[in-house]
Design a protein around this ligand. Structure first.
Ligand code: NAI
Ligand code: 15L
Length: 278
């Protein structure tokens, strides 16, 4: 893929030596493995699952994020981190805890010890999933997570705020909407983030100077939006894609039942996932 508009990978301010990508075997990890290639000399890829064969510019390290010593080794020698790894859907708390909560703590502790100064953290719209659909919210609103998964992302946002305030590690928290090849339902017409826009968002978050601790919603320039990114304007994120191309197909499907709460809240079906407790 060509470097995105206005962001030249030949520009040394938009390039680093070694970039760590966690969750590299996952859906977005596989996308960014290719698309971040122009922005680093060496991409260090990590996941709990197999990473496949590596190219000359890649290093692959299989590591469980819950393994603090392993994560310390993983972070050695990296200049910046894109942290996608972890459980990415609603699951019982005892599955979320090691991967997402212990895991993000291990990652920031390793970053602190190794002197890494920039992290891009894949948070989620499920940190605010219990806001009603149709309400516009900015990035300063109180969190309203819609499950244990959303709570773990809220923990990551708070943890990264602390590591900035105490240790000066800068983080951009991406409250990603729905990043898939296509918007698949009516909610995703609003929450969809195309892969070009995802890439732009990650690149801006990696290389724009002085981001401090920034929270930004990750959605394309869709016709309707619930999310106001004005407090993250310094990132220069300027989405170019739109879910309109999927509207006719999506609207040919039957709508949700009027009493289905998946149609009431921004988190959609996540608000009713589970229960996993007895
Ligand atoms: P995914 O589930 O495809 O990828 C997550 C990866 O993390 C997987 O390859 C998995 O093996 C790895 N992983 C899980 N537990 C681990 C552990 N204990 N140690 C090491 N690696 C572990 O998810 P996807 O869609 O690629 O999302 C990437 C990130 O973005 C996730 O953090 C997700 O929560 C977040 N996100 C994604 C959205 C989307 O629409 N795709 C929306 C909002 C947030
Ligand atoms: C997420 O946080 C999930 O990781 C992803 O699989 C989608 O469910 C997305 O949110 C969404 O809300 O559509």
């Amino acid at each position: 893929m060509a470097p995105i508009a206005n962001i030249s990978s030949n520009d040394s301010s938009r390039h680093c030596h070694r970039l760590l990508l966690t969750g590299a075997s996952g859906n977005l990890g596989r996308v960014l493995r290719e698309r971040l290639r122009p922005y680093a000399d060496i991409l260090r890829l990590s996941d709990i699952n197999d990473l496949g064969p590596t190219a000359a510019h890649e290093e692959a390290i299989v590591c469980d994020l819950a393994d603090a010593d392993g994560v310390d080794r993983l972070v050695q020698g990296v200049d910046a981190i894109v942290h996608l790894g972890g459980v990415s859907v609603e699951r019982p708390f005892d599955e979320i805890l090691p991967a997402n909560i212990q895991g993000v703590y291990n990652l920031y502790e390793a970053a602190r010890k190794q002197g890494v100064k920039r992290v891009v953290f894949a948070s989620s719209n499920h940190t605010i999933g219990f806001y009603p659909q149709g309400q516009t919210i900015d990035t300063d609103v109180p969190l309203r997570p819609d499950g244990y998964y959303g709570i773990s992302k809220a923990f990551g946002e708070n943890l990264s705020r602390f590591y900035f305030d105490r240790y000066g590690i800068e983080t951009v928290c991406l409250r990603i909407g729905s990043s898939f090849p296509e918007a698949r339902d009516r909610r995703m017409l609003i929450t969809w983030l195309g892969y070009d826009d995802l890439t732009q968002l990650v690149v801006q978050s990696l290389f724009v100077p002085n981001v401090g601790h920034t929270i930004v919603y990750g959605a394309s320039a869709n016709r309707e939006s619930w999310w106001d990114n004005s407090r993250a304007a310094h990132l220069g994120f300027d989405p170019q894609e739109s879910s309109e191309q999927f509207r006719a197909k999506v609207e040919s499907q039957p709508p949700l039942a009027a009493d289905d709460i998946a149609g009431k809240f921004q988190g959609g079906a996540f608000v009713k996932a589970g229960p996993f407790t007895s």
